[in-house]
Structures are given as C-alpha cells and as structure tokens.
Design a binder for this molecule. Sequence first.
Ligand code: PYC
Length: 402
Amino acid sequence: MDLLRLGLNGKKALPRMWRAPDLKDRYEVVIVGGGVHGLATAYYLARDHGITDVAVLEKSYIGAGGSGRNTTIIRSNYLTPEGVRFYDESVRLYEQLTQDLNFNLMFSQRGHMTLAHNDSAVRTMRWRAEVNQLQGVDSRLITPDEIVKLCPELDLSDHPRFPILAALYHPPGGVIRHDAVVWGYARGADRHGVHIHQKTEVTGIDVAGGKVVGVRTNRGAIKTGTVLNATAGWATLISDMAGVRLPIVTHPLQACVSEPLKPFLNVVIVSGSLHVYISQSDRGELVMGAGIDPYPSYSMDSTLGFLELLPCLARVKIMRQWAGLCDMTPDFSPIMGFTPVEGFLVDVGWGTYGFKAGPVSGKRMAELIATRRTPDLIAPFRLSRFEEGRLVGEKGAASVGQ
Ligand code: PYC
C-alpha cells in the first residue's frame, strides 16, 4: 500500500530504510560485520533488551558478504541434537520474521530433499531422520516412489549416472529472499535507534588489562567495552586484532544462477555425495551451489565444476556466477560466545550454513550480551569446546563439506 500511495502521490524516491548517522566516539556495544548475524543481534539487543546504543560496522555495504552470497536455503535437518535444536529455533523465527519486521521476506517452505546415492548415505539420512524426529523436527527417509512424485525430473531411470536409493525429506525446509532478510533487520534495528555504519572498516581492536576498551576504524576510534565479531571470511583477522586465535580455515564456495525457466522445481534438492544443491527462484532461475573449494583461500574467482543430477538441464545457460567465503571449523559447527578477552565476543565459524542461523544467532547472542550469561541453546558452540574436547560434529549434515 505504501508503494501504491507513493506512486500515486508522484513521489520519485522511497524514503531511506536506514539512516547514515555520524560515527560517535563511544558506543555501549560495537558489532563488527553488517550481515544477517550482526544486524539481527543489533535488532534483538534493541528490541528485546532495550540496548540501543549499538553500532554495526560494515567495511563494505550491508549484506555484501555471506548474507548476500548464499543460496538462501533454510532448514533444520542437522545431524547432532545440539545442531537440530539450534537450527529449529531459527526456522521458527524465520516463519514469523515477515510479520515481525513488517517486510516481505518471501519465505517459501517448499520442502528440502537430500538425496542418498549409496548405502552409506542412506545410513546417514536414516540417522539424521531419527535425530530430527527425536527433536520434534519434521524430517523422514523417503524412497524413490515418493521422490519421483516430489521431483519427476530427477533421473530415477534404471541407467542413471548417479543412482538415487532414498532421500531425507524435510517439509519445513525451503528458501527465502536473502537480501530482504538483511534489509528488514537493518530497517528494524535502525528504527530502534541502532547506528549502521557502512564503508567503515575495523583496523584495530584495543585491549587493556585483558579487556576490550575500543575499536579503531578507517573513520575514527570508538571507545566501547563490548565488541562482537560477527564477520564471515574475515573472522580470524578481526579476532587476531584482539589477540584471540580461532580454529578456523577460510575456503571459497561457488554458486551460480541459470537463465529463467518456467516453474518446474518445487522442492530444494541437495546431494551430499555430489556436493551440489539446487532450487528454483520465484523469477524462474535455478539457484545452484557447490561444495567448498578444497583449498584455503580468500579468492572469490570462479572454479565452477558441477551439475550432473538433472539431465533435462544439460542445455540450460548459466547467467551469473559468484563465490563466497566460508570459515570452516574442525567440527563444522559455529563458535559463539565469550573469549579469553573480556568484552570480546564471537559469532563466527559459520562454514556453509551461516545464513540459515541468522535469526537464532542474533536472538541468542543479544541475550548473552544483555545478561552476560550463555543461553543453553548456544552453550555447545562455545570456543572452549576445542580445548575441552567436546566437539559438535556436523560434517555429515553440512551438505557441502569436503
Ligand atoms: O547447509 O543447507 C546447507 C547449505 C546449502 C548451501 C550451502 N550450505
């Protein structure tokens, strides 16, 4: 209605969705990284805890990193109980987010299907289905007669390139408009008083007596007692500035979209063994992604080398290609919470699954910042788990791990 009203009034430009305030020299909380995690944390800090003296610092434009480069898949069919519970809360938050932010996020829960091409993959899918169901998540093993109904285009013939023995079917999984999620959180945070600073690069973090005391940027210095590192790709570089070493290695991940096609694919398809995933956008484009490139790098150049599952797509043209950076941890789970430096917090190590966790991470990191206590839901992802030997092994559910 707003759009219609503006059009009829002959106004040329929509009002700005968030302001561009001056950088203050002091904030109660500084969040490094203007992606979905940083913006969601700022939003929930302000909305749920009344902490509004918050700056979100983004070295580029908001959503320029992983939040704008992912393939928009939302799901909670993970392998560990800790992971399933955590991502399930995220799916639930995503379900309400359009209303919460009053911003159409185009969340389409069209179902998510992970194919099993061999016996060991069937075993993993069955295992995941059991863990999912025990946590109350809608997820089950299905056989080819049901798979063909969900996606008749899959090669289920008797001479397939890759046999499909079964699939893990997860009806609440789906896709969402990722840019809208970023913009919606940014607008919501801004309306609660948060300052969003784009083109503001962190160049140093000041620590004195084991505590964070400030952040230096290309636009000036800020005094603060609380810094949250919510970056992806640059997570180790930012943490190094505070003297906190993280067990993270950064790999590129490739994705692309095809030319638009008539709608035919009404489910998200993933092949864990082939490390590919595909969905169809509302514009008809096929959105496809690969596994992480098998070497650490900060390069975002193309190394496309996938696409085998749907023979009918053999002649489809690729329209755009891009890459993102994935911070891989040893157990394929994130690192969230306190660090040995007081006031320096992390929400990092998101591998290839950070976007789907944006709402729950924001909500729970905001709770941690406001209460100085770690919420139960994110306690398993603490940094100290690596020295305690309490890893949360999610590789089997990462879809695209190597
Ligand atoms: O974990 O669902 C996933 C995923 C899809 C693309 C990259 N990661």
